[in-house]
Ligand binder design. Structure first.
Ligand code: GLP
Length: 261
């Protein structure tokens, strides 16, 4: 079972998850971080940037792999995930840009961009901590319902709902790309630790499905149930439809002191 931690607000979630990253980087200065985009992980990236500055943590050797990218956006487009990761993560944390990988969503060479990315991930030794958000339809990365649990990085077609959800970042829904390239569920499951964050009532069904729903390709987030080390940090609203919520609180409150997240 994933470990569920319910926090009062996004800032606490950010601080708690930033601590996981700080511990990892202190242990492994060239750690491989799995980076997610979307609004959810921003609290983590902000808290981590503040901690890195506060304690003077050396992050110059930290490596990063983004989960996904839109296909066909012009290079440098402000909403490409390459730009978002640069703006929200690489610059504020002071990471070394050459060590940060994002799937190549340019149309030129798109046929082999998936296998190329898998090769780079393998060469790096895999991801230490994979940050995940979750879409309202349960998608993680851009693995929409129906994605195989064995899938690798590949090009996918976004659902209409995801294009609608993401239209807020673009001038209109029609401007949201139709295709994306995303790490597969199989790729994500190979990360050594999954850290899924979700906030707000709008994510309550997706969280309940991921944590307690049947393990099914119809609900990509439920793949986390197959992972031996998954941590889910949610606020009260996102936790509100979990059946076993009382037990998760009880287990966390009574967590053995020697166990870390
Ligand atoms: C996008 C990203 C996902 C993210 C999801 C939720 O579709 N590809 O990685 O988890 O949006 O976004 P938000 O965190 O903004 O709700």
């Amino acid at each position: 079972m994933a470990e569920i931690v319910v926090v009062s607000d996004q800032q606490s979630a950010g601080e708690l998850s930033a601590q996981i990253m700080v511990d990892l980087i202190e242990r492994t200065p060239d750690a491989v971080l799995g980076l997610a985009t979307g609004s959810t992980p921003l609290a983590l990236y902000r808290a981590l940037a503040a901690r890195v500055a506060d304690i003077g943590l050396d992050v110059s050797r930290v490596r990063g792999f983004a989960l996904d990218e839109y296909v066909g956006l012009p290079e440098g487009h402000p909403e490409s995930y390459r730009s978002v990761i640069t703006r929200e993560v690489v610059e504020p944390l002071g990471l070394t840009p050459a060590l940060i990988h994002v799937p190549n969503g340019s149309l030129d060479g798109i046929e082999h961009a998936g296998p190329d990315y898998e090769e780079a991930l393998t060469a790096a030794g895999g991801v230490d901590v994979q940050v995940l958000g979750i879409g309202t339809d349960g998608h993680i990365g851009f693995n929409e319902p129906g994605s195989s649990f064995a899938s690798a990085t590949r090009v996918k077609t976004l659902t209409e709902q995801t294009r609608r959800d993401n239209a807020r970042f673009f001038a209109s829904e029609a401007d949201v790309p139709m295709h994306c390239i995303t790490q597969g569920l199989g790729t994500i499951l190979r990360a050594r630790h999954l850290l899924l964050l979700a906030f707000g009532e709008g994510k309550a069904d997706a969280v309940a499905g991921a944590v307690e729903g049947p393990v099914s390709a119809s609900n990509p987030g439920s793949a986390i149930q197959l992972h031996p080390h998954a941590t889910v940090i949610v606020d009260e609203a996102a936790a509100s439809r979990l059946q076993n919520l009382a037990y998760y609180r009880y287990a966390y409150a009574n967590k053995p002191a020697w166990q870390t997240l």
